[in-house]
Ligand binder design. Structure first.
Ligand code: ADP
Length: 413
């Protein structure tokens, strides 16, 4: 008997048995029945025309409607297909006799294999689409989180600045209030307040800098800059701290030919001061900090080397992330000199932001972290060599409109 005709004859039994296999409860059977009938009708159609394509739209519906948990690798519909096949296999021998049923199975196998192959392809595509959608939603969330964090920092930093200004103002006024005898005692107390507020102001300024960098709002004011001169000024400013730690700052070879480059002097100075302050902090008493510079095509390569505790290679990237400080928070001190006195962990993030806004790069190198052996760290900075300021001289707020700048609460441009 022709295979399609045989299947058609078997149709009621096929449906009945497949429904039993696929749906356990009576209630479910009723809903499943029409689906099962559809499958066998399409299978018969496929056999008649010699193409399994008839089954494809149904398989697509299965995959689209599946309510299996995404990401579960067992979440495949192949067992369903297998149940349909097993049902046919079970009924064929009785209907066609042993020998004919073998031939029928052989030709039907082709349609089931084809359908299985197609089903796996559809499921793989669906799984890839699922994962893509998940990744993109995670990325969206991360971006939103990052934006709100930056906004929070910007607003918080500005809100902190106002009371700080008040404290500073009142403390200054108080100084003139005391009689001569009271003044020396008061001077100590007021000095304490002044130190505290200065440090707080520095932290708030760092927070503002970080949020400006995150939001591409960093403004650069390009002027001719003599790098060596900058380190000499820094040396003067750091004299007390170096002395307190009995450290030496050596400004070594400077092969930049004394030529200036166009950069933002205040911002570059901020970077160098930060790196030097870190070198002081993370180097034991009596250590040496060496600064060198040499010209490279299009850049000046500046390096700041210390004889300090070093940095584990695993952390040499993350320290440039904001709040990327490695130290124990309990060790954080407001001192700028204290050995290993960790800060809020914004310095290197700001340094990287400033250098990258200049079109340069910054990285560090160290054999590893070892407080006993002190292998030292070297920070490398590539400062672009510019003969003139970049086109947009008035320094730009990268990619943002005036309204956006104001909305960020960072004032008028
Ligand atoms: P902070 O010093 O406020 O913690 P930074 O961003 O300046 O933050 O530095 C991040 C971390 O990088 C520091 O906590 C420290 O662990 C490490 N680090 C920075 N400079 C050095 C250095 N010269 N030697 C060893 N470790 C350093």
């Amino acid at each position: 008997m022709e295979l399609a005709a045989a299947l058609r004859k078997l149709r009621p039994q096929l449906i009945d048995q497949a429904v039993r296999r696929l749906a356990r409860g009576e209630g479910l059977r009723h809903t499943v029945e029409s689906e099962v009938a559809r499958f066998y009708d399409l299978l018969i159609e496929s056999v008649e025309t010699g193409s399994a394509d008839w089954l494809y739209p149904l398989l697509k519906e299965w995959v689209d409607d599946r309510s299996l948990p995404a990401g579960d690798e067992r979440a495949t519909l192949l067992p369903v297909l297998l149940a349909y096949k097993t049902t046919v296999w079970a009924l064929l021998p009785d209907a066609l006799g042993a020998e004919a049923s073998l031939g029928a199975m052989e030709s039907l196998e082709h349609y089931f294999a084809d359908a299985g192959h197609h089903l796996v392809g559809l499921e793989m595509n669906a799984a890839v689409a699922d994962v893509r959608a998940q990744i993109s939603s995670i990325q969206d969330n991360l971006q939103r989180l990052d934006e709100s964090k930056s906004r929070f920092i910007a607003v918080a930093a500005h809100e902190l600045k106002t009371p700080l200004t008040l404290i500073e103002g009142y403390a200054n006024m108080l100084t003139s209030w005391f009689t001569n005898e009271q003044r020396s005692r008061a001077a100590t107390l007021l000095g304490g307040i002044a130190n505290g507020t200065r440090r707080l102001r520095e932290i708030v300024d760092d927070m503002i800098d970080v949020s400006m960098i995150d939001n591409n709002l960093l403004m650069l004011n390009f002027q001719p800059v003599w790098l060596r001169r900058m380190f000499e000024i820094a040396e003067g400013e750091l004299g007390d701290r170096l002395a307190a730690r009995r450290q030496r700052l050596v400004i070594d070879e400077f092969e930049d030919g004394g030529r200036p480059t166009f950069a933002d002097p205040e911002r570059l100075y901020q970077v160098f001061m930060n790196l030097l302050a870190n070198a002081i902090k993370y180097t034991p008493d009596g250590g040496v900090i060496t600064v060198r510079a040499r010209p490279l095509p299009g850049f000046v390569h500046v390096s700041i080397q210390d004889t300090g505790i070093g940095i584990d290679p695993a952390n040499q990237q993350s320290i440039f992330e904001k709040f990327g400080g490695l130290g124990d928070v309990a060790l954080h001190s407001s001192g700028k000199v204290k050995f290993k006195g960790g800060g809020p962990g914004l310095g290197l993030a700001i340094a990287r932001g400033i250098i990258e806004a200049h079109g340069g790069s910054i990285w560090c190198e160290s054999p590893g972290y070892d407080e006993a052996a002190c292998p030292g760290s070297t920070f490398h900075i590539m400062v672009p060599m510019r003969e003139a300021p970049p086109e947009d001289r008035s320094s730009k707020l990268f990619g943002l409109t005036d309204e956006e700048v104001e909305k960020m609460g960072l004032g008028k441009r």
